[in-house]
Design a protein around this ligand. Structure first.
Ligand code: PMM
Length: 265
């Protein structure tokens, strides 16, 4: 899954693809690199980010989704708003990727149930301005799995089909570096929920800290792609359904390595 952020302020590529033309061209480029899905979003979720209003979110993403879908791409919409998800599906999106797992908007479940599309349910503990205040766990792997399992039960109770659901442990969302490493080390626990798993580690800050001496500056996001590809290998070996990445080329290669090794077993 290649990331198409139509935002002025995403942490790794904010502003780079902010015009519809640039975003569409970037999406087509990611397809050439081997992406199977393009994840189009108009709201940055980096820690501390302010939310755009609904009208602005729609203005950013709908023309991009329409154009990419028209060109034959499989598109997911990265949104927490049910109304935006509904209009994105009308414009051609076939997957709704909701980082709040339905918690940010009580209307999301109804929209997803009615649309019948795939729905990514991510582990989430609050909007970006405050999420790092909630980065406290007794046992992060158990706590995240239980929370995801509760979300799945609630969503199914609201009419969403279990066969529509994909779960995501939410790397970097209300997580400290040690939480992200534990989740990556125990993806098998997330897999054991029995649903397809999406992994979104790409360029996140816990990767930027690798190899940096105590107190040193983190590597900038664009220099985290090799580490991201290493996490793609881990996700692939764990049997993940997908990885959401900015640099598609390196993760496609990583998955080719996983496939070749598995074929040789
Ligand atoms: N991370 C970001 C945005 N959307 N969606 C899912 N399902 N999982 C993630 O980990 C995730 C996401 C933040 O990254 P970005 O600002 O580079 O898009």
């Amino acid at each position: 899954m290649g990331v198409v952020n139509v935002t002025p302020d995403s942490f790794s590529d904010g502003g780079m693809w902010f015009s519809p033309g640039a975003a569409v061209a970037h999406g087509l480029d990611l397809l050439e690199q081997g992406a199977n899905i393009l994840d189009v979003g108009g709201e940055s979720t980096r820690p501390g980010a302010q939310r755009p209003d609904e009208e602005e979110e729609l203005r950013r993403i709908i023309p991009v989704i329409r154009e990419l879908s028209r060109s034959g791409a499989r598109v997911s919409v990265d949104t927490m708003r049910g109304s935006v998800a509904g209009l994105a599906v009308e414009a051609g999106a076939s997957i709704v990727n909701d980082v709040s797992g339905g918690l940010a908007d009580p209307d999301m479940a109804r929209v997803v149930a009615a649309a019948g599309v795939l729905y990514v349910v991510m582990h989430w503990r609050g909007h970006s301005d405050l999420m790092q205040d909630h980065a406290s766990y007794d046992d992060v792997v158990g706590d995240v799995c239980r929370a995801l399992s509760d979300r799945v039960a609630d969503l199914c109770g609201l009419g969403v089909g279990r066969d529509q659901l994909i779960v995501d442990p939410g790397f970097g969302f209300a997580k400290l570096p040690e939480h992200n490493w534990s989740l990556l080390a125990h993806l098998d626990a997330v897999q054991s929920l029995g649903l397809p798993v999406l992994v979104g580690t790409s360029r996140k800050s816990f990767l930027g800290a690798l190899g940096v001496p105590e107190g040193g500056a983190a590597r900038p996001p664009a220099q985290r792609d090799a580490a991201t590809a290493a996490t793609t290998v881990i996700a692939g070996l764990a049997g993940a359904w997908g990885v959401r990445v900015h640099d598609v080329t390196s993760s496609v290669d990583a998955l080719r390595v996983v496939a070749a090794v598995e074929a040789a077993r």
